[in-house]
Design a protein around this ligand. Sequence first.
Ligand SMILES: C[S@@+](CC[C@H](N)C(=O)[O-])C[C@H]1O[C@@H](n2cnc3c(N)ncnc32)[C@H](O)[C@@H]1O
Length: 235
Amino acid sequence: MWLLIHKSGKTYLAPDRATYNTEYGLVELKGGYTKSSTGEEFLVTRPGFVDLWMRIKRGPQIAHWKDLGLIAALTGIGPGSRVLEVGAGSGFSTLFWAHLVGERGRVLSYEKNPKHYALLVENIEKFGFSHLEVLPDDPRKVGVKEKDFDLAFLDVPDPWELVHIVGDSLRPGAFLVSYLPTVEQVKRLEESLDGFTEPAVHEVIHREWKLGGRTRPLSSGILHTAFIVVARKIR
Ligand SMILES: C[S@@+](CC[C@H](N)C(=O)[O-])C[C@H]1O[C@@H](n2cnc3c(N)ncnc32)[C@H](O)[C@@H]1O
């Protein structure tokens, strides 16, 4: 695979072959700086994690990157951490955890919907993470097969059903984070958090700006995605 970067910031992912056609003309795939058939400059290089991750096939609603970034900062998840996830969907958050924790870490993720699971497997195969395992199960039925996780990320509509099950798999002091679109869900989760600290609730509002003369925020974008509920295991 090649990654083509144009001055505009636009990127293209190209298979291993001689040339690739873009809206700026035909580009030779040799690596390094090159000019397209219409004289436009490109850098041709190999794709990194973000280039592949942002392009995975989408199925159910993903956890937005603006929110995943905050969760990483608040929980300190990094190289060597152990992450348990329920609700992998097509794997957007799953792959982010796997990238952050690296080979010394571990990600175990559950996805109960067979259609979503098939897409998840297809998506994660391209990354070849040996420290990531995905299971086609519902932990409410099968339990969680490992312990001592540093973070449980629950991206499901009814996380209160899972608090006790995943709670047993967290080390003391570990984080439980739930990603919930409505206040009603947040309130219900709060009532179920036995053995955890009182939760903090966050929302991330992100605005991208347009440069070039009439500098201002873009007039369209994503506003509300979900509330991020963060609690720590104390019992
Ligand atoms: C919003 S999607 C998850 C998106 C994913 N975290 C991402 O960022 O791409 C929610 C997923 O949770 C799954 N799910 C819901 N309840 C579950 C449960 N109890 N056990 C396992 N998977 C569950 C659904 O099938 C669905 O695919």
